[in-house]
Structures are given as structure tokens and as C-alpha cells.
Design a protein around this ligand. Structure first.
Ligand SMILES: *Cc1c(COP(=O)(O)O)cnc(C)c1O
Length: 582
């Protein structure tokens, strides 16, 4: 962890208030500072945050996005509050005798620089729960967290369970009370997925119970609430029963009208939170162009919901090798807001030489090896990737649609590619607890690797995938592999880390990758999985050949950066959100 730049990311805040004004101006002609202020901040609600250096570990992309939103806000001096649980426990995985085992670690907020503020109360039908409010200020941004010893882990219990509902209620109602405790009024509330829905209910309830007409309060809440959807299929969402609401939700609502409004959203005794969420949020966004177009959500009358697309971005200074970041700034590729330079961006990218790329990636490889030194592979050994070896990586949550096992469909073919090109392959991932299907698939691949003399030498599985591995692999791999079944990835951000660090992306045309035409990276195509596997192997060979040919290397890196650096930029994402919100 010592080498993890995430732990001591230092921001270079804008030099003066004038510069912040200029950024806001760049977003919109009028000055946003009238709408957003220290006491009326942008409030971002999320059940998941992925920021290990601040003691909060997430599960995947949803949490990385939340952490990056806050980092971008801090860098750009946007008044911003991230409302999220501080989980007292977090889960990890390790390999033992070729079996993956889960273990749990305790976390204390005071070990991560959080200060205790006060307590808030959440009611249930029969009793109450007291939660601590803790906060941590970082520049113009802050974490505002609720926590208590029995809060549990992120995503503990089944979705739709009482405990999940309790966590969501505590985050919504408790988080809203916490905001009041620290004297803040939200300028806007962004709901990062429906697990945060109760924040909007808390606001509505406050307005109504303090005397505002119910319909006026709905209009007001709607205008200032943005719901960001990350899921494609509404039917996949968990449901809660009316009796669960009687137990956990209704006791926290003061207004009879609000309770009645919510009761009307049940069908046959069950509710999906997206149904009332789309009513209480006039602003709704999806996380890539494709996702906003295909997300199939209906309101209670069956009408299709429209989503505005705001493609996810990443906080570039967190995820890019510092030397590459300096290079982008010095060569006029990124401006000081970390947006592509308004003038001369493409010309500047076209001047990046193959020598520069190889030199910078070599530095990245060293950083990766520093990280790998204190991590272990499936046999419990640290690994080291030789500087002259080509490195492919696949780093993702292990869920079916991402197809982590696709490259192993023809083991001999994969082995030949690796052997012929002096290449290694790192597979890093995390199986969701309780996903026995994926767990079996992973074990089968590990046994397959173990039984193959070439794969055993050249394929390394790294358990307990986290930000540190995500970062390290983006810095040190030459080419990354992204194989979601087309139509199922909402956006994905790992591929952004790879492109921004001058890696060659091999991907299906899906998620945020599909924001741009498919001739901008090494595309996997095909109508069947067999054809896609064939296409993947071909592109893996192309990637290794590209790396040893100056003109080809420059061609592909220039193409990727010109097409995607703007999309990757978290500042671009913040600008798009501010534009949509105000
Ligand atoms: C970047 C990152 C993600 C995002 O993953 P996608 O599969 O691209 O959505 C998830 N987990 C970790 C640890 C990451 O660093």
C-alpha cells in the first residue's frame, strides 16, 4: 500500500477564485457561484464509495465513480458533499489451497481523519437506531457519513432484505438529518442509483411537514433532484414489500401526504424503488450514450422514461501515471482543468512519439511491479513482470456479462499468443459473495491454467481486486481486454484508465466505449461468442505487433487519445453534470 498513489493523491487546487469563476464560466455563461455555495452545496448521495485511502472500500464502478466525483469537485473547488455510509466492516478475499476464501476487516472512522459531529435517529415500527454522523473536509468537498457498529458491510445480506432496506433508509433519512446537523441546505441532490432514494423522500417530507403544499413540494423536490441510473433492466431491481415499508420506512416520514404518495407506488404489495424515484427526480441521467438510449425503465403508468446521457469520467490525476499527466500538461494536451486543450489538442496528441510512449509505459511497468511485489497470485506468491515482456490484463468484477473466461475458450491458442510474443496475462477480479456460478467458473479457469505448462508460467490470477490493482494494471499493462456482452455494460471506467495511460484497448463495442465509432481502438466483433473469441485472439496478436512498430503504435495511441481523452476526463463529466443541473 506504501506505493499506492491513491493514498497520497495531492491536488493542485486552482490558484485563485478568478480561475474557479473562469471554470464555471466555461461551463455556462452565467456565474454558477450564485447557485452553489459553501452552505448550499452540490449533494451527492451514494450507498457505495470506493476510496480506500479515506477508509471506505466499494464494490466496483459505482463506488469508483462516486469517489472520483468528489475528487474532481475538490480539484475544481466545487462546493460538494458526498453523503455515504462509513461501513464498520469490509470484506476481502484471498487464495488458500487454490480456493478463494472471504475474510473481514474492521474499520474505524477516526483512523481515517473523520471527526465525530453528532447523532441522528432512525425509527423502526418497534424501536429506533442511533447513528453517528462523522465528517471529513477535503478542500471544497467533504465526506458526510453515517455509521453505527451494526451497520454491517457494503451489500451485506440479500438485495431486497430487511438489512439492505435498513441501510438505505439510514443513508437517506439519516444522511438528510446529518446535512441539517452541519448546517447545510442542498442546492441539488444527485441520487447515485435508487438505493439513495430516501434522501429525496426526506427532503420532500421536510418541505411538506414544514407547511409547504404537497404538490408544490413535489415540484420543488423534482426540480432539484437528479437520478443517475447505472442499470439497464428495471426487472432486475430488488423489490420490497409493504410490510417492510411499515417496519422500516413509514415510521421515518412525518407527513401523511408523503406516506400516502409512497403507498400508491406499490403493485400487488411490492415496490421497486425506481418507480417513485423517477417521479421525484425530474432530472435523470444514464452513464453513457448507449446506456441512456437503451435503459428500459417505465413509470407507474407504463410510459418509457427518457434519460439524458452523462458519460462517466475518471479523476485523471488519481488514475494517470504522474509522469504521463505532466507530459499531457507540458505538451498542451490537457489544460489546467484537465480538459483537452481548447486549441491544438489534436495536433499536440499527434506529436506524441513511440519513444515517449514506450518510455512512459516503462515507468508505469515499474510502478506496477512495486505493487505486485506485495500482492500474491493464485499460488500465494508475489509476481514480477519482466520489463521487456508484453503484458495483457483483464481486471474487473467477475460477473457473467463481463466474460472473464472468454479468453480461455481456446487455451492452446492463448498459450501460443503469449509464448510467441513473450507476453504475460494478468487476471484480476472479485467474485461477488454468494455468486456460486461465477465462483465455479473462476475455479475451473484456475485449474485449467494450473494444468497447462505455458499458461501456468504466463497467466497470473490476482485475488482481492481493488483500486490499487486497478491503478497498477492501468499503468503497467500494454494492452487491456474488455469483453462485456454487447448491450450489457452501462459504461465501465477501467478502460478509461487504460486509454488515459497510453495502453492499447481491446474491447467489444459497448458501454462508454461505444460513445465513439469502433475504429478508434482494437475492436472485438462477431455475432457469436466463437466469432468474438476469434476476433479477440486476432486483436491480441495485433496489439503485440503494434507495440513493436513505431508508426502503428503512434497511430493507435493517437487515435485512442483523440477519441476518448475528453470522455475520460472527470472534469468533462463535472462540466456536463453542472450544465444539466443548472
Ligand atoms: C476502475 C475500477 C472499477 C470500474 O470497473 P468497470 O468494470 O470498468 O466498471 C471497478 N473496481 C475497481 C477496483 C476499479 O479500480
Amino acid at each position: 500500500m506504501e506505493n499506492n498513489q491513491l493514498n497520497h493523491a495531492t491536488y493542485h487546487p486552482l490558484d485563485s477564485v478568478e480561475e474557479v469563476e473562469e471554470f464555471y464560466q466555461a461551463i455556462k455563461r452565467e456565474k454558477l457561484t450564485h447557485k452553489l455555495s459553501v452552505n448550499r452545496p452540490y449533494c451527492y448521495w451514494t450507498i457505495e464509495t470506493y476510496d480506500k485511502s479515506n477508509g471506505i472500500r466499494g464494490g466496483g464502478g459505482l463506488g469508483v465513480l462516486a469517489a472520483d466525483m468528489r475528487r474532481v469537485a475538490e480539484q475544481l473547488q466545487v462546493p460538494f458533499v458526498l453523503v455515504t455510509p462509513f461501513y464498520p466492516w469490509e470484506s476481502h478475499q484471498k487464495m488458500q489451497n487454490m480456493e478463494q476464501v472471504d475474510y473481514h476487516e474492521e474499520r474505524h472512522y477516526y483512523d481515517f481523519g473523520f471527526n465525530y459531529v453528532d447523532k441522528v435517529q432512525i425509527k423502526t415500527a418497534t424501536s429506533g437506531v442511533e447513528l453517528d454522523v462523522v465528517e471529513k473536509q477535503l478542500g471544497s468537498s467533504r465526506f458526510l457519513c453515517i455509521t453505527e457498529p451494526n451497520f454491517g458491510e457494503l451489500y451485506s445480506g440479500e438485495s431486497g432484505s430487511d438489512h439492505r432496506l435498513y441501510q438505505e433508509v439510514a443513508l437517506g433519512f439519516g444522511g438528510y438529518q446529518a446535512l441539517k446537523k452541519v448546517g447545510l441546505r442542498p442546492a441539488v441532490i444527485q441520487l447515485n442509483e435508487v438505493a439513495t432514494f430516501f434522501a429525496a423522500v426526506a427532503r420532500l417530507d421536510e418541505l411538506v411537514s414544514s407547511g409547504m403544499d404537497f404538490y408544490e413540494a413535489v415540484v420543488y423536490t423534482r426540480k432539484h433532484t437528479l437520478y443517475t441510473n447505472h442499470t439497464l433492466v428495471q426487472a432486475a431491481e430488488a423489490t420490497f414489500s409493504y410490510s417492510q415499508f411499515e417496519q422500516y420506512v413509514f415510521p421515518n416520514i412525518k407527513s401523511v401526504a408523503v406516506r400516502r404518495w409512497l403507498s400508491d407506488k406499490f403493485t400487488d404489495g411490492y415496490i421497486r424503488l425506481s418507480t417513485p424515484t423517477v417521479e421525484i427526480a425530474e432530472l435523470r441521467s444514464g452513464v453513457s450514450k448507449l446506456h441512456a438510449r437503451v435503459a428500459n425503465y417505465r413509470d407507474i403508468n407504463g410510459a418509457k422514461i427518457k434519460f439524458k446521457s452523462v458519460t462517466n469520467g475518471i479523476h485523471l490525476r488519481t488514475w494517470i501515471l504522474p509522469e504521463i499527466m505532466d507530459y499531457y500538461h507540458e505538451h498542451g494536451i490537457l489544460n489546467r482543468f484537465d480538459l483537452p486543450a481548447a486549441r491544438g489538442f489534436e495536433e499536440a496528441v499527434d506529436k506524441i512519439t513511440a519513444d515517449d510512449i514506450r518510455r512512459l509505459k516503462q515507468l508505469g511497468r515499474r510502478r506496477l511491479n512495486d505493487i505486485l511485489h506485495h500482492r500474491t497470485d493464485q499460488y500465494g506468491n508475489p509476481i514480477h513482470i519482466p520489463e521487456d515482456a508484453f503484458l495483457f490484463d483483464f481486471k474487473r468484477r467477475f460477473v457473467d456479462y463481463k466474460r472473464p473466461t472468454l479468453p480461455f475458450n481456446d487455451p492452446d491458442r492463448l498459450a501460443k499468443i503469449l509464448l510467441d510474443n513473450n507476453a504475460h496475462y494478468i487476471l484480476a477480479g472479485r467474485v461477488h459473495m454468494g455468486d456460486s456460478n461465477m465462483f465455479t467458473k473462476l475455479m475451473n479457469v484456475l485449474h485449467l491454467i494450473d494444468g497447462h505448462s505455458v499458461l501456468r508460467e504466463r497467466v497470473h490470477y490476482l485475488p482481492d481486486y481493488d483500486e490499487e490493482l486497478g491503478l497498477g494494471l492501468s499503468l503497467g499493462a500494454n494492452s487491456s481486454i474488455n469483453t462485456p456482452i454487447v448491450g450489457l455494460e452501462a459504461c465501465g471506467t477501467s478502460w478509461m484508465k487504460d486509454i488515459a495511460n497510453m495502453g492499447l484497448l481491446i474491447s467489444t463495442h459497448d458501454g462508454g466505449v461505444a460513445d465513439m465509432p469502433s475504429d478508434n481502438y482494437l475492436t472485438i466483433d462477431g455475432k457469436t461468442e466463437e466469432q468474438e473469441t476469434e476476433s479477440l485472439y486476432k486483436q491480441m496478436v495485433v496489439a503485440t505487433k503494434t507495440w513493436s512498430n513505431d508508426a502503428d503504435l503512434e497511430y493507435w495511441i493517437h487515435k485512442e487519445l483523440k477519441a476518448y481523452l475528453d470522455i475520460c476526463s472527470g472534469s468533462r463529466m463535472m462540466r456536463d453534470y453542472l450544465n444539466y443541473l443548472f
